[in-house]
Design a protein around this ligand. Structure first.
Ligand SMILES: [Ca+2]
Length: 479
């Protein structure tokens, strides 16, 4: 009987003991629209061969979003959601300046973070990233922290530095023959402004580090073309007067002319290509160490970015170029191809736990999208919610279901109350009436009586999501 029992124990537990825990390389760039990348916009001149091969060997998400922000520093909310798996109105307050209306869940939510959960599970956790505009309590829980803000145009002052921290960490592991699996949070400070690219990459995209506020940069044939949904001016005030990203970004300021926008996109692309080069170095090192096959590699950004799209410059809006994020994952058992997914960045915690066989912490609200990675599902939720409430309140809200998307602006003490309705299948670039030259038939449909029923349905859906997520600021038509 005893022998039979021992045999049973051995059969049940041996595979688990023998199976090596997977590693994770979580790559997070700062401020990148999915439409900068060829995988989301084949016409983009941005060259990212390493990201392209990740996409080819892994799964590309077409429906990956960040849930939004109640602060002008969208990075802070987004990164806190990644670290905690909590939704936008529940994430812990990070500074006294933030609104008091949030509803923090759990007495010490900081202990339920990505690094803490993986530390407990026996992982070695390492991070490199920019400093600030993130959840500092979580950042310091990584066992190895190499943070510095690197936005210069040299190896020491730019993205190469972040790449080197990961290279040094991997070399060190190899020397010490470390057996514990790793979770590397590989963050970059770019392509967030100031976008000081390396000279050879700036030249490739026809861009200059423009520093004179009183002049506009020269046009250059190698500069990226204007974005497809470019406007000289957004049709109405977006509701955050004096917002740094709309009026103070060095090289752009309040200018939205063709030369300024194309030059700035060139600078963004120069920084993004350098990030791709750093990713290439690290992937090559993982391959040399024999760790590549057992490592999940995730590539994403904390949020998207406008840079001239819809006449906006910053990250404080809910158009697809900014609400959406690029999201690619490759690793053991992940199927290749493209998928809608309907994921938020906050789902990363639950998914990484699921892939590692770790219990998801109780404070988590995200949903594991492992069933999408294995091909069992194509989406994990029907409805997506977005908020920007960093300026005048209530701010902007968006909701998406299927091909339909509603955006509401309720800002400047009621002076701006706007509604937009898009069919994203027919109008993926969210052309407004002002984009008449691109396609006069593709417009915002909110005023179209033929779509009144769809509008009402989406309004109700938005209200439901705001109630469900404890949004503290009802819109003018929701009282
Ligand atoms: Ca950011």
């Amino acid at each position: 009987m005893k022998t039979v029992f021992l045999l049973f124990v051995a059969l049940v537990f041996a595979p688990a003991l023998l199976a090596k825990k997977p590693n994770f390389l979580f790559i997070l760039v700062d401020d990148q629209s999915p439409f900068d990348l060829k995988i989301y916009n084949p016409k983009s001149p941005l060259e990212t061969p390493n990201i392209d091969s990740l996409a080819k060997e892994g799964l590309v998400f077409d429906g990956s979003y960040h849930m939004g922000s109640w602060s002008g520093a969208v990075c802070t909310c987004s990164r806190t959601m990644i670290m905690t798996g909590q939704s936008v109105w529940h994430i812990p307050k990070n500074s006294k300046k933030n609104p008091k209306k949030q509803v923090p869940r759990g007495a010490q939510p900081e202990i339920q973070t990505l690094p803490r959960v993986f530390n407990r599970a026996g992982y070695e956790t390492m991070r490199t990233c920019k400093r600030g505009n993130s959840y500092s309590l979580a950042n310091k829980q990584f066992q190895i922290v190499k943070d510095a803000t690197k936005r210069g145009g040299t190896d020491e002052t730019g993205s190469h530095w972040h790449g080197q921290q990961v290279m040094d960490y991997l070399t060190d592991r190899e020397a010490k023959k470390t057996e514990d699996p790793f979770l590397i949070y590989f963050g970059f400070s770019h392509p967030h402004d100031e976008r000081n690219g390396k000279p050879e990459l700036l030249a490739k995209y026809g861009a200059k580090n423009h520093r004179d506020k009183n002049s506009i940069p020269a046009l250059h044939p190698k500069q990226p073309p204007l974005p497809i949904n470019y406007l000289e001016k957004h049709p109405f005030p977006h509701g955050h007067p004096g917002l740094r990203d709309e009026v103070k970004v060095p090289g752009v300021w309040e200018n939205r002319d063709e030369a300024t926008i194309r030059n700035e996109l060139g600078r963004e692309f120069a920084c993004s290509e350098n990030i791709d080069i750093q990713i290439g170095r690290v992937l090559k090192q993982l391959e040399a160490m024999g760790e590549l096959e057992n490592t999940y590699i995730i590539y994403t950004s904390d949020h998207g970015m406008a840079i001239g799209r819809h006449g906006l410059q910053g990250k404080q809006n809910l158009y697809e170029h900014t609400w959406r994020v690029p999201f690619i994952i490759k690793g053991p058992g992940v199927k290749k191809g493209r998928v809608q997914g309907n994921i938020y960045l906050m789902d990363s915690l639950a998914t990484l736990c699921d892939l590692a066989g770790i219990k998801t912490p109780e404070t988590n609200e995200g949903i594991s999208f492992k069933p999408v990675l294995t091909g069992e599902k194509t989406i994990i939720r029907d409805t997506l919610f977005g908020v920007y409430a960093g300026g005048t309140k209530p701010g902007m809200r968006s909701v998406r279901k299927g091909d339909w998307k509603l955006v509401k602006f309720d800002v400047l003490d009621g002076a701006v109350r706007e509604t937009q309705l898009f069919n994203l299948k027919e109008n993926p670039n969210e052309y407004l009436q002002q984009h008449g030259k691109q396609n006069p038939k593709l417009v915002d449909l909110a005023e179209d009586p033929a779509h009144a029923a769809k509008l009402a349905e989406m309004e109700a859906l938005l209200k439901d999501e705001m109630v469900r997520l404890h949004d503290p600021y009802p819109l003018w038509n929701q009282k």
